[in-house]
Design a protein around this ligand. Structure first.
Ligand SMILES: *Cc1c(COP(=O)(O)O)cnc(C)c1O
Length: 411
């Protein structure tokens, strides 16, 4: 018991003592789930985008707003941040006072726009209607005089057919408003941009090529000068059953279609990766509290870091953390989370040695994006325990896995 409390004490100071990996933590028999943080992996992802993406990379903060992570990405060279709420604006401004913030939610409160512009220096806003344009122009005016330093990005509607998570129905300018909106935004803006989002976890670079064809159509139709093309997020990470092509292939396709657009040489190319910058940043060490056949009752779930596993059957890499290692053949398990709710069920299947039993610890990987960020305290289950580990993430497009591929990425 004494040892266990020391473990959680260590865990509470995230950038204190680092340990080598999950096995070291499991030995301390933590009662609550423990978040394992890999700042080295997030830093590597940041360096990768900064060095290889043929333009500017904005980090989409919603994927994981942890201040520790924001500082790691900043140190890795990410200077621009895609924020979607006034809460994110305040958080990033407080954590990284020199960062450039871009308010990329197309539907904003007027008060949020005004605070972002006047108090936090935000100059870049996205929009997809004439109503939103009017809102932005009014909220940023001083004594009735319109701002002259706005970067306005019109959000196009593009297909999500190549992505695991659609973002196609909620936002995007309607076809009949496209031309009038681009023309009006051109008038109001210092720099005019076009942006889109192909959906999260886009499994083929063709998603971007097709969206860029929509950008070309829009520029031709409205006959406006465009200064910024923002290809959004959607860059995939590696999960069981979802092994995407190399990210460099995506970058090459985007670069090629950008070069072919009818825009000036000085036009800028932007992207807004969320998942790809932070998926490898965190995993969670959970304990099996009960086994019922092929079902494992674990101490984290849908209201913890496993929202996507429960709600859209996302599969994460898993590993049994036991010494000595089990050499029993693997089989597929589903998980029940700790709350009393039937919804707290992750179908998987998650491949683990067939002899898993109560008391075992399991590491669930790739929870840095849309995992740890969505944790709640519902039903009294939650965790503050966090530890930095130095080993490689369980699936990687940048590290251990990438090294085994023909196209070795040296960072
Ligand atoms: C969610 C979101 C992103 C990040 O998407 P990923 O799939 O995590 O890369 C980027 N831009 C916008 C506007 C978003 O809503």
């Amino acid at each position: 018991m004494h040892q266990h409390h020391r473990a959680l004490g260590l865990a509470a100071s995230p950038f204190g003592t680092a340990v080598s990996g999950a096995a070291e933590i499991a030995k301390l028999k933590p009662v609550q789930p423990v978040t394992l943080l890999r700042p080295h992996a997030a830093r590597r992802a940041a360096r990768f985008f900064v060095e290889k993406f043929p333009g500017r990379s904005l980090y989409a903060v919603k994927a994981n707003p942890s201040p520790d992570l924001l500082r790691v990405l900043w140190d890795g060279g990410v200077t621009h941040y895609d924020v979607a709420s006034i809460g994110e604006v305040r958080l990033v401004n407080e954590t990284l006072p020199h960062a450039t913030l871009c308010f990329m939610h197309p539907v904003k409160a007027e008060e949020a726009i005004a605070e972002a512009y006047f108090e936090h220096g935000v100059r870049t806003f996205s929009l997809d209607t004439l109503d939103e344009l009017e809102k932005i122009v009014e909220a940023t005016a001083t004594d009735g005089v319109a701002a002259t330093d706005l970067n306005l990005l019109v959000r196009l509607r593009v297909s999500s057919e190549h992505s695991k998570l659609s973002l196609a129905s909620k936002f995007g300018v309607s076809p009949d408003e496209l031309k009038p909106l681009l023309l009006a935004a051109r008038q109001a803006a210092d720099a005019l941009g076009i942006c889109f989002h192909v959906g999260s976890q886009a499994m083929t670079p063709a998603a971007y090529a097709e969206a860029m064809a929509r950008v070309r159509d829009a520029i031709v139709e409205a006959a406006v000068t465009v200064d910024i093309v923002d290809v959004g997020g959607g860059f995939p990470s590696s999960y069981p059953g979802m092994e995407p092509p190399e990210l460099e292939t995506y970058f090459a396709v985007i670069h090629e279609s950008f070069e072919k657009l009818p825009i000036s040489y000085s036009a800028e190319l932007w992207c807004e990766p969320g998942r790809a910058l932070c998926a490898e940043y965190a995993s969670v060490l959970v304990r099996v509290e009960r086994r019922r056949g092929e079902e494992l009752y674990i101490n984290d779930g849908a209201y913890g870091a496993l929202f996507d596993a429960a709600h859209i059957a996302w599969r994460y890499p898993v590993a049994l953390v036991r010494e000595p290692e089990s050499n029993v053949r693997p089989m597929g398990f589903s998980f029940y989370g700790p709350t009393c709710d039937d919804l707290d069920h992750m179908v998987g299947p998650f491949e683990l040695p067939a002899d898993v039993q109560a008391g075992d610890y399991i590491e669930i990987g790739m929870l840095g994006a849309y995992g740890c960020a969505m944790r709640t305290g519902f039903n009294g289950f939650g965790t503050e325990a966090r530890v930095i580990v130095e080993d490689e993430p369980m699936a990687s497009l940048y590290g251990a896995v990438a090294e085994r591929r023909s196209n070795v990425v040296k960072l």
